[in-house]
Design a protein. Sequence first.
Length: 116
Amino acid sequence: QVELMESGGGSVQPGGSLRLSCVASGSIFRIMAWYRQTPGKERALVASMTHGGVTNYLESVKGRFTISRDHTKNAVYLQMNSLKPEDTAVYFCNGGFSDSRPGNYWGQGTQVTVSS
């Protein structure tokens, strides 16, 4: 059984930082990624990383967010710095194998709220 277990969401003031973690079990994914979703909008890719270390970022988070993987733990992390109110969303971990579409496996989602 494949599972993705997320942790690390919460509330922070603008300019603050949060680190999201996601541990996968049951599969080793070629690509692990973070998506986010706000009410009424589609889930959007925030950052992804291949098993070989190639990364891809949403333009609006470049320079502020960093994705990383720990292969020994089968985990992916998202370090989020200089957070803005527009970063408020539910963040989802995703695991898959294709460059062209999200993987089939999702975490349960974790809320990130940026507000003063």
